[in-house]
Write a protein that binds this ligand. Structure first.
Ligand code: GLP
Length: 254
C-alpha cells in the first residue's frame, strides 16, 4: 500500500473547514447506507469539533442526513467524575451532537469515567473489542491539545499504546481549568483510546483552529515522529488530513 504524508487543508475559517468535512462525512454515511452497512465514526470532544457537530446537526435537520447506520466511538473521558457531570465528555457529546440527531443510543460508545480502579484494565480491553466487533473505525475525528496530545494520549505515548488509564499533562489540566472553575477541580486522570487504537482507523481527520494551536501543529507535522509528541505519530498513518484555519496554519509553508 502506498503511504501518503498528511494532506493539509487550510480554510479561511473553522466554519468553512468544518462544512467541507461534514459534507464528506455525510457522503460517506449515505454511501455506506446504500451498501446496507454501518459507518463507524470516531468522535472527539473539546471546542474544536463543535462547528463540525453544528453542521452535521444542520445536515440532519435540513437535508435529511440520517445517522441510523452510524456507530460512534468517543476517544476519551475524564476519570472519577459522574457521567452526568456538566464537564463530562458524555454530557458534552449529548449536548453538542447526540441530542440533536437520530444516532441510535445503543450505537454510542464513550469510555466510562466512573469505572472502579480494579475494573479499568478489563473495561479498556472491552472497549477495544467493541471497536473491532464494529469492524474498526472508518474515520477518526481528532483535535490536538497544546501538549501535543491526541485523545488524552499525553507525552510520552507510544505508537502501539491501546485504550488505557492515563495521567493528564499539566498543560492539559491548565487548559481545562476555566471550564471546571479552577485547576483544583480538573480531574487528574482519564481513560483514552491509545495512539495505536487511533492509528488503526482507516482514515483520520485532525482539526485545529486559531493561533494558539499554530506552534504545536507545525511541530507535529515537522518533527520526527516520536512518543514525546503523540500527534507527530500521525505522520506514519498514510491516510490523514490535517484541517486548519488560516491562523492555525501560520507556521506552515504553504
Ligand atoms: C481535549 C480532548 C482532546 C482535544 C483537546 C483539545 O480535552 N481530550 O481530544 O482534542 O483536548 O481541546 P480543544 O479542542 O478545546 O482545543
Amino acid at each position: 500500500m502506498i503511504s501518503h504524508p498528511p494532506r493539509i487543508e487550510v480554510s479561511a475559517s473553522s466554519d468553512a473547514a468544518s462544512k467541507k468535512l461534514a459534507a464528506r462525512i455525510a457522503a460517506a454515511i449515505r454511501h455506506r447506507e446504500t451498501e446496507g452497512g454501518h459507518y463507524v465514526l470516531g468522535l472527539a470532544t473539546g471546542s474544536t469539533p463543535i462547528p463540525l457537530y453544528r453542521e452535521l446537526i444542520r445536515l440532519h435537520r435540513e437535508e435529511g442526513l440520517s445517522f441510523r447506520n452510524v456507530i460512534g466511538f468517543n476517544l476519551d473521558e475524564y476519570l472519577g467524575i459522574p457521567a452526568d457531570d456538566p464537564n463530562s465528555f458524555r454530557t458534552f457529546m449529548f449536548e453538542q451532537l447526540f441530542d440533536h440527531i437520530d444516532l441510535p443510543v445503543p450505537n454510542i460508545h464513550i469510555p466510562d469515567g466512573t469505572i472502579e480502579t480494579g475494573e479499568i484494565e478489563s473495561y479498556c480491553a472491552g472497549y477495544e473489542a467493541a471497536i473491532a466487533a464494529a469492524g474498526g473505525i472508518d474515520l477518526q475525528i481528532l483535535g490536538i491539545g497544546r501538549s501535543g496530545h491526541i485523545g488524552f494520549n499525553e507525552p510520552p505515548s507510544p505508537a502501539d499504546s491501546r485504550t488505557r488509564r492515563v495521567t493528564l499533562d499539566p498543560v492539559t489540566r491548565e487548559d481545562a481549568a476555566a471550564t471546571f472553575g479552577g485547576l483544583g477541580n480538573v480531574p487528574v486522570e482519564a481513560i483514552t483510546m491509545g495512539v495505536g487504537t487511533i492509528l488503526e482507523a482507516r482514515e483520520i481527520a485532525m482539526m485545529a483552529w486559531g493561533a494558539g494551536k499554530a506552534a504545536i501543529v507545525a511541530k507535529a507535522l515537522r518533527e520526527t515522529p516520536s512518543p514525546a509528541l503523540p500527534a507527530s505519530l500521525l505522520q506514519n498513518h498514510g491516510n490523514v488530513t490535517i484541517i486548519l484555519d488560516d491562523a492555525a496554519a501560520t507556521y506552515l509553508d504553504r
